[in-house]
Ligand binder design. Structure first.
Ligand SMILES: [Zn+2]
Length: 345
């Protein structure tokens, strides 16, 4: 590896290193107990003076400069990240730089690798920033707003390529529309209720096709899906004597199975069944049938759930037979092959 020779090259090299290092990772390695991390800074108790205030130490995520608000430790040690590493690990300047190189795992002297790293990082930041901005505000989550959204539902979900759902089914699931996100994309509105039927959030589906893949569905800001299984408030009335619930990943899978006559279906809104969702299943059901998507994430989620829920509830995995598809992609008639597993209501 060529070493930087001029002062200017050294400066550029060092700035790239500082930029590349992940603040959370670095502080964890240095033994800080992180209390909070957002897109601009990391907060922790200051281990330099051994303080207990959980947010006295703050590191800027861009520059990696830091400050201690309780004891101004930076005045003794130096506010930059190299000085911090030198102090905590008792290293020389060159060794502190080497330490940083090792944990970032990128060779900042390799121009092409560095540019690729930088492009990927900018893309991540861009998406993160838009995610912050684009979430649906909680203030819209009221029965009154839902009523007005319902008047504006588009025919998006009725289209064959989007599932071919009947208007009756979309009515049953209270699907609305007319939400326009901050970027001007129109969205249909899926209300999410908890097991007591209280309205908790919306998931809003882009109907223009213009939002990119990561933003097809937008969730309400601050909604904690850990405590909710979609459709449980309806499904729990159809569990039968065996108290069986079928767990799928997505909203549309719930609707499609409803159309096929299966009404005891809930969605975990992802490929993982969270701890809170597991608790809800234990509370309501004696038996669950896992029917996650036919992709790698679905398989992983199924295996994880089997492990975590073993011996706590009767659990039957059904591996979705069509690769990279999910229950929402099936035609109603195709559900016949599952009739020996699922019971229609
Ligand atoms: Zn301090």
């Amino acid at each position: 590896m060529p070493q930087p020779n001029s002062k200017e090259e050294q400066r550029v090299h060092l700035n790239r290193l500082k930029e590349a290092v992940d603040a959370d990772q670095l502080l964890t390695l240095l033994g800080f107990d992180i209390s909070r991390s957002n897109s601009t800074e990391v907060r922790a108790a200051c281990k330099l003076h051994g303080g207990t205030n959980k947010s006295s130490f703050r590191m800027n995520k861009e520059t990696k400069n830091w400050v201690c608000f309780s004891q101004s430790c930076q005045e003794k040690i130096g506010y930059d990240v190299i000085s911090l590493i030198r102090h905590v690990l008792n290293l020389s300047f060159p060794d502190a730089v080497k330490y940083l190189e090792n944990i970032t795992g990128i060779n900042v002297n390799d121009e092409a690798a560095y540019l690729e790293y930088k492009r990927e990082k900018d893309r991540r930041n861009f998406i993160q920033h838009r995610q912050d901005n684009r979430q649906v505000p909680m203030s819209l989550v009221t029965e009154d707003y839902l009523k007005s959204f319902r008047k504006f539902r588009s025919n998006f979900f009725e289209q064959e390529k989007n599932g071919g759902f009947s208007a009756e089914v979309l009515d049953e699931f209270e699907i609305g529309g007319g939400y326009v996100d901050k970027y001007g994309f129109q969205r249909d509105v899926i209300p999410i209720r908890d097991d007591g039927a209280v309205l908790r959030a919306y998931s809003c589906r882009d109907i223009t096709g213009a939002a990119d893949e990561d933003f097809k569905y937008l969730l309400t800001k601050h909604f904690d899906k850990n405590k909710v299984l979609y459709n449980l408030h309806r499904a729990k009335n159809y569990m039968g004597n065996s108290r069986t619930l079928i767990v799928v990943e997505g909203f549309k899978s719930v609707w499609k199975m409803y159309m096929a006559g299966y009404k005891n279906v809930v969605s975990c809104m992802g490929s993982k069944i969270t701890e809170g969702q597991q608790a809800l299943l234990y509370k309501h059901a004696f038996k669950i049938i896992l029917f996650l998507d036919g992709d790698a994430a679905g398989l992983k989620g199924t295996l994880k759930a089997l492990k975590e829920m073993k011996n706590k509830i009767k659990i039957v995995p059904v591996f979705f037979p069509y690769k990279d598809k999910d229950p929402a992609d099936l035609k109603i008639l195709e559900f016949i092959e599952f009739d020996n597993i699922f019971r229609r209501a």
